[in-house]
Design a protein around this ligand. Sequence first.
Ligand SMILES: N=CN[C@@H](CCC(=O)O)C(=O)O
Ligand SMILES: [Zn+2]
Length: 422
Amino acid sequence: MSILITNIKQLLQVHDNNVLVVKGKDMKSLPIIENAYLYIEHDTIIEYGEMKHCEGIEAETTVDATGKIVLPSWCDSHTHMVYAGNRTLEFVDRINGLSYAEIANRGGGILNSAKVLQETSEDDLYEQSIQRMEALIRMGTCAFEIKTGYGLTVDAELKMLRVIKRIKQESLAKITPTLLAAHAIPEAFRAKKEDYIKQITEELIPKASKLNVAHYIDVFCEEGYFDIADTEAVLKAGAKHQMRPKLHVNQFNILGGVALGAKYNALSVDHLEELNDADVKALKGSDTIPVALPGCSYFLSIPYTPARQLIDAGLPLAIATDYNPGSAPSGNMNFIVGAACVKLKMTPEEAINAATVNGAYAMGISNMYGSITRGKKANLIITKPLHHYNEIPYAFAHDPVDQVIINGQLKNIKNPEENFRI
Ligand SMILES: N=CN[C@@H](CCC(=O)O)C(=O)O
Ligand SMILES: [Zn+2]
């Protein structure tokens, strides 16, 4: 199967030499080819260049992209999209004045989602989740990290892992599973957190490892959830099973999770709505990428991650949705790219780098995803006609996506019958 895209107004994120991550000042640069073509065979980017060099290329399918922009599809490196039900009642409670912490203390929040998930069948959970994901593919995301963490029992966490495994096997999207082993303390363990940590380290992690689905491990390192000692215990147990950390840190309070993540060679440290100089120092010289989640800041009305401080310190930054029923019930990366510009004061180039190649890095897949490079996977967005790529973040809440190519397959996203499964 071969596809030739012609007359592309702007082909974005073009790197002849493969790029794994973009840091600091380099994030301001977004290599583009104006009036370009792109040629794909099977699932792979084979060739690209200026239209004047396109002669002689024949393909089974030709797409005329006159007036349109082509870019690598979004790479969303932080989601909790496998969940059951919703938390719309808590949304209204928050509008009426309750805080996220107050709702959690009343047994709402993560505990509420866990109760519903425990009562939901595996097939139902799979269907709810894959339908959420397919809606997002239509919005231009073709690579997703998916976390467990709404199980809160060994059985329910393993159920989540099996659902993620099935999505990974059956979807055309690229899936990176993460075991969010310590997300909240179940009611039954309130007075004996040590026993819950023991259950996680001695039972959940070994059993999860046997399923061979998740190679990343996550902890919600936060006041009222898991402190530094708990987090370290979970990371040590994960390391015994070759699970690399991807951590929730600094969402409401700074506990030292960033330095701990860097010490354990975390792939990413995510949230960082709160940040201090020691955190920035800990990240410098590490291979750990910070990840900002502006949808969560928007929805909870909490501070936005100080992206400028991170980028201006020479660090890389990724942006992701945090798609979940409690703090970010939207998985739309187009909105996240816009919010990164408006609220995090990132330039469009920085935001697009953060949502493509750096998002791929934060999932450990940037060798094959996140840029237009010969030999990389053909996961692409073809936009509607736009004047310039700046229009993607500028026209906030618009949907710029016209067509997607996922794993080398051209999809008509407007057709409700379109299929994104293998
Ligand atoms: N902060 C921890 N976990 C999720 C929210 C979970 C929830 O409220 O359901 C997050 O990343 O924001
Ligand atoms: Zn999260």
